[in-house]
Design a protein around this ligand. Structure first.
Ligand SMILES: [Zn+2]
Ligand SMILES: [Zn+2]
Length: 122
């Protein structure tokens, strides 16, 4: 089981499964949305994902029309995203995980935007 929360702690979630695959994405959208050098995400089954508190604080932002970016309105932490055309999958923002195993990234995307100082073992 995976447990996590936003920075202020008002939004909490559980994932009734394990994280099998994680992805680093250096695209500019991820950098801006996370305020960081990359996004660190995992595709998960929506049916096993449960918001255990603070669901009313979640807000969806559509930067592109088919992709919702879901974040805590109180503290701004990005929690997950999903695509309208893939309703069974969410992409969890792994910096919010507080309990459970997160495997090392098996995929990196948009390497042209990766900062030179960052070195990741493949
Ligand atoms: Zn929060
Ligand atoms: Zn990206």
């Amino acid at each position: 089981m995976i447990v996590g929360q936003c920075l202020c702690g008002m939004v909490k979630y559980r994932y009734h499964g394990e994280i099998e695959k994680t992805i680093l994405c250096y695209c500019k959208d991820c950098q801006m949305a996370q305020g960081a050098l990359c996004g660190w995400n995992s595709p998960l089954e929506k049916s096993k994902f449960e918001i255990s508190s603070g669901i009313k604080l979640l807000k969806e932002y559509f930067h592109s029309p088919n992709k919702a970016r879901v974040f805590c309105q109180e503290c701004g932490s990005p929690i997950y995203s999903y695509r309208i055309d893939l309703p069974d999958v969410i992409r969890l923002r792994l910096g919010t995980v507080t309990q459970g195993h997160i495997p090392a990234p098996s995929e990196q995307a948009y390497l042209q935007y990766k900062p030179d100082f960052l070195h990741i073992d493949e």
